[in-house]
Ligand binder design. Structure first.
Ligand code: NAP
Length: 277
């Protein structure tokens, strides 16, 4: 009788030592008693294609892809999901039994599910959203907010032309605000998102005036080190519902785990604690 292969998955990036994904998937593998492994792999850009082609032959059922390979890897996939095409990058690869490589991007899904779990009465259609930042993460935020029916998105970024490029791409529901007037975005905004790296440990603090923020707004920060950024602390102090960024990381991992290991994993407090250790 032939033994079933032990399924392997992992994360490819460089550097990779800081990645929380091995701890996250390792927790789920142990918790559900799955005989599989999830491995961090430091792969340089010039080796990416060779590595991706070799992994299925080694028993890998898929991988996560992180900085700096998320755009490049899109060109190596045979099929790309609509949401990955819209976001313009891939963070999850599935190596299918027929030999085809399927690329997906689960960041927008993770972002929305985190908001839904952290603020269960959040209504995306309740009013405009205000988004800070125009990098890779902002693309996932914009496409998923539009998808769930936010009527208007106000967008501001230090480098204005990057925000304008997103407006051209994502359309009329995006309005670009000058960086020096970014505080005006919060007036009447019902969803507020920091999708920039401001406020992250080691990065400058966010200095956008927050006095226009309404207590009715749901405020979330993609930065999760620290867990409570000054944006979230201020929002909480005036009575806003706040949602930290760690849950986005947890939720974006779930669709990959389910495709690779065949089980829909729970995103709960035990997982948060395992990842925070
Ligand atoms: P990115 O593509 O490098 O974009 C960085 C963004 O931050 C750009 O909008 C950039 O503005 C802005 N920024 C950086 N330094 C700034 C400064 N000193 N002043 C003003 N703006 C500044 O990075 P990303 O992938 O979009 O990630 C953004 C943040 O989200 C990071 O902190 C990342 O850790 C976090 N993130 C979290 C999750 C999660 O699961 N929670 C997922 C993805 C990302 P310019 O365009 O002007 O440079």
């Amino acid at each position: 009788m032939s033994e079933r292969k032990i399924p392997l998955a992992g994360v490819i990036g460089t550097p990779i030592a800081h990645s929380k994904s091995p701890r996250l998937h390792g927790h789920w593998l142990r918790r559900y008693g799955i005989n599989g492994h999830y491995i961090p792999m430091d792969v340089a850009s010039q080796d990416l294609e060779d590595a991706i082609r070799m992994l299925p032959k080694l028993g890998f059922v898929g991988v996560n892809v992180t900085i700096p390979h998320k755009e490049h890897v899109m060109t190596l996939a045979d099929l790309v999901s609509d949401r990955a095409a819209l976001i313009g990058s891939v963070n999850t690869l599935i190596f299918r039994a027929d030999g085809k490589i399927h690329g997906d991007n689960t960041d927008g899904y993770g972002f929305i599910e985190n908001l839904r779990q952290g603020a269960p009465d959040w209504d995306p259609a309740a009013g405009p959203a205000a988004v800070i930042g125009a990098g890779g993460a902002a693309r996932a935020v914009l496409s998923s907010l539009l998808d769930v029916g936010v009527p208007e998105i106000r967008l501001s970024n230090r480098t204005k032309n990057r925000a304008e490029a997103l407006q051209r791409e994502f359309g009329q529901r995006i309005q670009v605000f000058d960086w020096v007037q970014a505080g005006n975005m919060f007036d009447g905004a019902m969803t507020v998102v920091n999708a920039s790296s401001l406020g992250m440990d080691g990065a400058p603090e966010m200095r956008i005036p927050l006095d226009g923020l309404s207590p009715d707004a749901v405020v979330t920060d993609l930065v999760y080190t620290p867990l409570e950024t000054s944006l979230l602390a201020h929002a909480r102090s005036i009575g806003c519902r706040t949602v930290d960024g760690l849950g986005m990381l947890l939720f974006q991992a779930a669709p990959g785990f389910e495709r690779w290991f065949g089980l829909q994993p729970d995103v709960d407090e035990k997982l948060r604690q395992a990842v925070l250790l």
